[in-house]
Design a protein around this ligand. Structure first.
Ligand SMILES: [Zn+2]
Length: 103
């Protein structure tokens, strides 16, 4: 198999681009708005459900803006087994919508 065939095989095995969840946060201290991509393949850790509970996924992100305040914003997210967001918490900032972010 040559290089191009390998690439073609790789592409057909992954017909969709990497699923991602976009997170928009605003820093509590300086008000900076930050957009973060959560890679639903590589950023999540599985949590196996205890008897009867569904498996879920967990992700923790530490976000630091590019402005000068350097306050870390910590986000914790829980996803269900279909990788749909179930719950999220933030420390050091606020969740904002894509509209508020102004992308
Ligand atoms: Zn800040």
């Amino acid at each position: 198999m040559n290089f191009l065939q390998k690439i073609a095989k790789f592409l057909t095995a992954n017909p969709q681009s990497t699923p991602a969840y976009w997170l928009y946060v605003e820093c509590d201290r300086c008000g900076e708005k930050i957009k973060v991509c959560v890679n639903l393949h590589s950023d999540l850790s599985i949590r196996y459900g205890e008897s009867g509970d569904e498996d879920s996924y967990f992700c923790r992100k530490m976000i630091i803006g590019v402005q000068r305040c350097f306050q870390p914003i910590e986000v914790e997210m829980t996803f269900d087994r279909n990788k749909k967001l179930k719950d999220r918490q933030i420390m050091g900032g606020q969740f904002i919508s894509a509209e508020e972010f102004g992308s």
